[in-house]
Write a protein that binds this ligand. Structure first.
Ligand code: NAG
Ligand code: NAG
Ligand code: NAG
Ligand code: NAG
Ligand code: NAG
Ligand code: NAG
Length: 520
């Protein structure tokens, strides 16, 4: 019976052809070395000689697709090749449908990133040079998740080992003694420059001050309830310009700034770490009459000024007040939000704010897990990947142009931090053994930061039938499209993605998993 091709042989041939097709656009990456600390998921361990990498996806032919998956039980950036129009050989019924219409477009993406705090630099510096290289590459190079935004605090924050400013000389109104500190020279500037050299993107830097020098403030302290004395508004604007000049001496130019980190903090009696209080009226005066004109006059007029930089429940009122001031309105480019009081206002306040001020961008400028009273560092917390992913999806679906995490790296205790405000970070450094741990949160960031670059455009997505599945969709600058999807269910899902121009794509979504699906 050897004169006719059997069904089996036909199937083998078909399978062979399929494998060849798949291999032709296989992407590869170094695997995660898992370590389980007995929590909901695991971390990936990196050291001086080994670190997992993130798969790169080139331009795809129309109809080709790659699914990049992270899951609670097994995967970190696992790639699967998919094809539009091909049915999965599955048994389960389609449970959900995602509709993408790339012709209906929303905001442009600015990017994703993290903060070069003193604490981050202190922790990274404690590693061997080779382990540092792996850590920096993990965030900034094509082997890693390719962050494109860096927040660089202007002097000290709570994530410093002391309180300081750049001019702690009472009455030095000419800023004659202004100088950067060893924290800038040892823990911030070298790492920002290193990030830039590793990156193929142009990293957008923005700065934020936590407090002016104590002597410029009503309470003569770096923390607690206190505000900038009016007689120092102009000196304080000049201090910003000096900061930019000093960083330029190290080859670092800034894309943006926020006028004040969390201006409400400094209106709270006894607030425990670096802060300075502003009302929205005061911020509009400072931006409109001091900061904006001073930066313009000193050649820094192209630096984007962001207002608020505080919890979204103060929107849209904060933006309404500042932008109603004609002087401030001329200088403000964007509105910055943090996530710590999200329970007080739905993400739709961002859309409301966008609709009132459609020509100002919205950027999520700070978030972290493990804030008081939560447990600080939890090694392998899958739920923290979910909280990051959910917040990024909600922000993007409500007009945010990007999302910036807090400390790039912390130690096992979530510090150092002079005020003991310890928190969690996507990378935890264990310097005693020259290792660092990539938390699930790191992968949540990477599902966006690596695959949704600057100048991607958000497009319309509708997800049917299931409030458990959330997602957001983009057209990328190279013409690829990308959809990021997060489960909200313990059940495995079989999802069909309908792109109005490309047809249908089936994919699996295991319980508690996150996916970036990129297609040509
Ligand atoms: C670094 O990690 C790799 C992969 O887990 C391991 O083989 C190697 O022994 C580690 N190196 C050190 C110095 O621990
Ligand atoms: C919608 O959900 C129901 C119940 O989960 C399921 O039986 C049905 O197949 C789903 N239909 C589609 C089109 O997703
Ligand atoms: C600047 O610093 C020097 C040296 O510490 C000090 O003597 C001087 O008083 C300072 N100038 C001002 C204006 O504070
Ligand atoms: C960090 O390394 C030390 C020394 O090997 C070890 O005792 C400690 O358990 C490690 N910490 C974590 C979180 O693995
Ligand atoms: C756990 C931890 O990092 N603690 C540090 C907090 O900051 C103070 C002041 O710098 C340090 O002394 C602690 O070691
Ligand atoms: C972000 C999110 O809602 N994720 C969900 C994934 O599935 C688990 C299990 O049902 C939920 O607990 C998570 O909330």
């Amino acid at each position: 019976m050897r004169n006719s091709i059997t069904i089996n042989e036909l199937f083998s041939f078909w399978l062979f052809a399929l494998i060849i097709t798949l291999l032709s656009f296989q992407v590869s990456a170094e695997d995660c070395i898992r370590r389980d600390y007995g929590r909901s998921s695991f971390v990936c361990v990196c050291n001086a000689t080994y670190c997992d990498t993130a798969p790169n996806v080139g331009s795809l032919a129309s109809g080709q697709a790659i699914q990049i998956t992270s899951s609670r039980t097994a995967a970190r950036f696992l790639t699967t090749n998919l094809q539009f129009g091909r049915k999965l050989e599955h048994i389960r019924a389609i449970t959900d449908e995602i509709f993408v219409d790339p012709s209906i477009t929303y905001q442009n993406v600015l990017g994703f990133g993290g903060a070069f705090t003193d604490a981050a630099g202190i922790n990274i510096a404690r590693l061997s040079q080779a382990a540092q290289e792996n850590l920096m590459s993990s965030y900034f190079s094509a082997k890693g998740i390719e962050y494109s935004i860096g927040r660089v605090p202007m002097a000290g924050t709570d994530f410093s080992t002391r309180t300081y400013s750049y001019d702690d000389y009472p009455g030095d109104v000419t800023l004659s003694n202004f100088s950067l500190t060893y924290e800038d020279l040892d823990f911030k500037i070298p790492y920002v420059n290193w990030a830039k050299s590793l990156s193929s993107k142009s990293i957008k830097l923005f700065t934020s001050p936590w407090s002016a020098p104590a002597w410029m403030k009503s309470n003569n302290e770096f923390y607690g309830k206190g505000s900038l004395l009016e007689q120092y508004y102009q000196v304080w604007a000049e201090y910003f310009a000096r900061f930019f000049e000093e960083y330029e001496n190290f080859g670092l130019t800034f894309w943006g700034l926020t006028a004040q980190n969390e201006p409400i903090d400094g209106r709270v009696p006894g607030f425990p770490f670096n802060c300075m209080g502003w009302t929205s009226e005061q911020q509009s005066i400072f931006v409109g009459l001091n900061l904006g004109p001073t930066l313009q006059a000193k050649g820094f007029g192209n630096i984007k000024i962001m207002i608020m930089d505080d919890q979204r429940n103060y929107l849209p009122e904060w933006a309404e007040t500042v932008l109603a001031n004609a002087d401030a309105n001329r200088y403000v480019s964007g509105i910055a939000v943090h996530w710590y009081q999200n329970f007080l206002a739905p993400p739709s306040v961002l859309t409301t704010t966008h609709e009132k001020f459609p020509d100002r961008f919205i950027l999520a400028t700070e978030a972290c897990e493990g804030t008081f009273p939560k447990e600080t560092v939890v090694l392998g917390a899958w739920e923290r990947l979910e909280s990051y992913a959910k917040d990024i999806i909600e922000n993007m679906n409500n007009w945010a142009a990007g999302w910036v995490d807090w400390n790039l790296a912390l130690d096992e205790g979530g510090g150092p931090n002079w005020s003991e405000n310890f928190v969690d970070s996507p990378i935890i450094v264990n310097n005693t053994i020259d290792e660092f741990y990539k938390q699930p949160m790191f992968y949540a960031m990477g599902h966006f930061s690596k695959y949704i670059p600057e100048n991607s455009v958000r497009v319309k997505i509708d997800i049917s039938n299931d409030t458990a599945i959330i997602g957001t969709a983009f057209v990328l600058p190279d013409g690829n499209r990308a959809v990021v999807v997060l489960n909200q269910s313990d059940d495995e899902k079989t999802i069909v993605l309908n792109d109005v121009e490309r047809g249908t794509l089936e994919f699996y979504c295991e319980a508690r998993s996150m996916h970036t699906i990129i297609y040509g």
